[in-house]
Design a protein around this ligand. Structure first.
Ligand SMILES: NC(=O)c1ccc[n+]([C@@H]2O[C@H](COP(=O)([O-])OP(=O)(O)OC[C@H]3O[C@@H](n4cnc5c(N)ncnc54)[C@H](O)[C@@H]3O)[C@@H](O)[C@H]2O)c1
Length: 306
């Protein structure tokens, strides 16, 4: 499906035309932290038919979060990605600085920065105002779900919903189950994610979940192959792009994600899963030299020329 401005229409946008018949998302959804991910998550639920409240840390941050969500909504409307008008969608978005605004939500997704204490505090504040049957989720990419659940009174109503960046264009959401997560909540979460036009996969709480663990494993092996002189970076990437139909090879992906980001994840997986995730020397050296990938102009490739 193409759009008026020629860009591809995301699957979440396609789904919204069905919204009136069968919106499978909770009527009111809360998002804590309206940054890059939180704004994307808010946008996805608004398009799927929910009323959304974004809770931020202060009024300035709330204003910025509101602008981010509204800009995404404006783009979706301009592309024809929704059958509702901008004003109706904008009216379904609210921002607040007090967790009390989350009280009537059927689902709250926490998307504050990746810091254990910050997340425990944000989740605890939300749980205190939510109805007992409401669901609480975190968008953490690396913190243990069980670790976060240990700070909650109702761990059975808590799970991970790991959205990918950028949210509107990504197809996948990892539904991460903690030891105490109620299986009925997992079923509900799968329906919600499908209603956003995305595909849920269910993953038990474990380091790197499914996506980072597999993605980093492939990336580290590709770096070791480059280190050993098995093939050039371009040929290693071509092996996966042409041989296995990966849209982007593992070294180019590492350049796009950031070598420093990948090194950080590898160190964490090394600590928790053992030697097979030991970061290669080449990765450490490139990071130490400031070659972090596309954002610095050089990683495994030269980006200034591309
Ligand atoms: N950026 C990514 O590629 C990506 C991908 C998947 C998951 N994640 C995860 O999503 C989460 C958010 O990441 P992000 O990239 O959106 O970060 P971000 O820095 O863009 O956004 C965080 C937002 O949280 C707000 N915030 C901070 N403290 C708060 C508080 N106490 N109460 C309410 N709001 C508060 C900030 O003002 C900011 O708007 C992290 O856990 C991250 O690991 C990020």
């Amino acid at each position: 499906m193409s759009t008026a401005d020629g860009g591809p229409r995301s699957s979440s946008e396609r789904r919204t035309t069905d919204r009136a018949e069968s919106s499978g998302v909770p009527e009111r959804v809360g998002v804590i932290g309206g940054g890059r991910m939180g704004a994307g998550i808010a946008h996805a639920f608004v398009l799927a038919g929910a009323d959304v409240v974004v809770v931020e840390r202060d009024a300035d941050a709330a204003g910025a979060a509101s602008a981010r969500v509204l800009e995404s909504v404006r783009r979706s409307v301009a592309r024809g990605g929704t059958d509702r008008g901008f004003d109706a969608l904008a009216a379904a978005i609210e921002t607040a600085t007090d967790a009390a605004a989350l009280a009537d939500c059927g689902l709250v997704v926490e998307a504050v920065p990746e810091d254990l204490e910050l997340k425990l505090e944000a989740l605890g504040r939300a749980e205190r105002v939510l109805a007992p049957e409401a669901a609480l989720a975190t968008n953490t990419s690396s913190i243990s779900i069980d670790g976060l659940a240990s700070g909650l009174d109702r761990p059975e109503r808590f799970l991970g919903l790991h959205f990918f960046n950028p949210v509107p264009a990504s197809q996948l959401v990892e539904v991460v189950t903690g030891t105490a997560t109620d299986p009925a909540l997992v079923d509900d979460a799968e329906v919600w994610i499908a209603s956003l036009g995305k595909t849920p996969i269910v993953v038990r709480d474990s380091p790197g979940f499914a996506s980072s663990r597999l993605g980093v494993a492939l990336g580290l092996e590709a770096i070791r192959m480059l280190e050993e002189g098995v093939a050039s970076a371009a040929d290693i990437d071509a092996a996966m792009e042409l041989g296995y139909r990966h849209p982007v090879g593992p070294l180019r992906t590492t350049d796009l994600v950031g070598l420093d980001v990948r090194l950080g994840i590898a160190e964490e997986l090394h600590r928790r899963l053992g030697e097979r995730f030991a970061p290669p020397e080449l990765l450490r050296r490139l990071v130490a030299d400031g070659h972090l990938g596309r954002k610095t102009g050089r990683g495994f490739y030269e980006w200034s020329e591309q």
